[in-house]
Design a binder for this molecule. Structure first.
Ligand code: INI
Length: 158
């Protein structure tokens, strides 16, 4: 039988979680943050185990998330933002750089950096994914953080 490694959704007592959230489109990102914090609490993470950094826009998420990851104090870093298409291609540059930047943090530090950045065409689409009819991607990002930490712990040391 192959060995299956599956993460559970219980945060361990000493695990600390960092959240980096963009202020841009805060109507949406405030809701993503609420979803993430609520989910961490429900899965056993006390408020004293959460650090939340607010950054101007999604483009600034990677630099701050990287700093959190490199402190070695956090089990995971949850990145939250909402990039909504405007009249230009500005959003494309942001989306690609933010996604790549967040992935790079995981790979360089071994600390999972979770991609909870919405990339939407309209504000309605974003609101639907921030506690509306399509769920809350902030809450999903928090679950992904807990699960990934658990999988990595089962596999063992870096
Ligand atoms: N930042 C976002 O988080 N979402 C957006 O939709 C957005 N748009 O559309 O411009 C946005 N721009 C700001 C950007 O993230 C940086 O803060 C800015 O370019 C300064 O570096």
């Amino acid at each position: 039988m192959p060995q299956h490694i599956e993460g559970n959704l219980l945060a361990e007592n000493n695990d600390r979680f960092a959240i980096v959230v963009a202020r841009f489109n805060d109507l949406v990102t405030d809701r993503l943050l609420d979803g993430a914090v609520d989910t961490l609490r429900r899965h056993g993470v006390g408020d004293e185990k959460m650090s939340i950094a607010h950054v101007p826009g999604s483009f600034e998420i990677p630099i701050v998330a990287d700093r959190f990851a490199k402190t070695g104090k956090y089990a995971a870093v949850i990145c939250l933002g909402a990039v909504i298409q405007g009249e230009t291609t500005h959003h494309e540059y942001i989306n690609h750089q933010v996604a790549a930047g967040i992935m790079q943090i995981s790979r360089e530090t071994g600390v999972p950096a979770i991609f909870g950045v919405l990339t939407c065409q309209t504000t309605d689409q974003a609101l639907a994914r921030a506690g509306g009819k399509a769920g809350n991607k902030g809450a999903e990002a928090a679950l992904a953080a807990i699960e990934t930490v658990n999988v990595l712990r089962q596999i063992g040391e870096k």
